[in-house]
Design a protein around this ligand. Structure first.
Ligand SMILES: [Zn+2]
Length: 183
């Protein structure tokens, strides 16, 4: 196993007994790749570490790799909603239903606003202002929901809402606006 941690390349070898051997630890620079390959032919040291020592490093390394991959998909609409991988964002939601609602709002895709795609019906219209009904319309744009919206949050974009508004406030608004059981 090769780890890149805090500008260091650490090469670990795990034996069949679960012991982890540090083979080489070198600064990470433009020559690291060459040095890493050369290190693979070096003898394994006898220094042993419990496998548990490597677990935090391995987890961190995997998260960093995962984050790099996710960052390269910045055009994915979910990236704006979940910019950080491995992070639980619904810890303050008490019910599964609340979490489902917030998730649907974050992907701007709900039963109320998108079921017409499967049913073949016309796209839903906001009964309050006769505009196409979308998640953005509900959370940001509908002028008829302005007063109830102001009771819970002010925001200039969906990204702003999901980054700065507490999930409980979003759920409170959705309930007050009578969309909770429709989304
Ligand atoms: Zn409206």
């Amino acid at each position: 196993m090769i780890l890149h941690i805090n500008c260091m390349i650490i090469i670990l070898v795990t034996s069949s007994h679960g012991n982890v051997h540090i083979v080489l630890c070198i600064p990470f620079n433009e020559r690291a790749d060459t040095a890493t390959k050369a290190a693979l032919s070096l003898p394994v040291t006898s220094m042993k570490l419990p496998a548990s020592e490597s677990k935090p490093c391995t987890s961190r390394f995997c998260l960093e790799e995962w984050q790099d991959i996710w960052n390269s998909a910045a055009n994915n609409k979910f990236h704006a909603v979940y910019p950080t991988v491995g992070k639980c964002v619904h810890s303050n939601l008490v019910s599964h239903r609340d979490a489902v609602i917030v998730n649907r709002l974050k992907i701007v895709h709900s039963r109320l606003t998108h079921s017409y795609l499967l049913s073949g019906e016309d796209q839903p219209i906001c009964t309050k202002c006769d505009t196409v009904l979308t998640v953005k319309h509900i959370l940001l744009d509908c002028p008829e929901l302005r007063d109830v919206r102001l009771k819970y949050f002010t925001a200039s974009s969906l990204k702003d809402i999901f980054e700065s508004v507490d999930n409980q406030s979003i759920i409170g608004f959705i309930k007050d606006a009578h969309f909770y059981y429709q989304l």
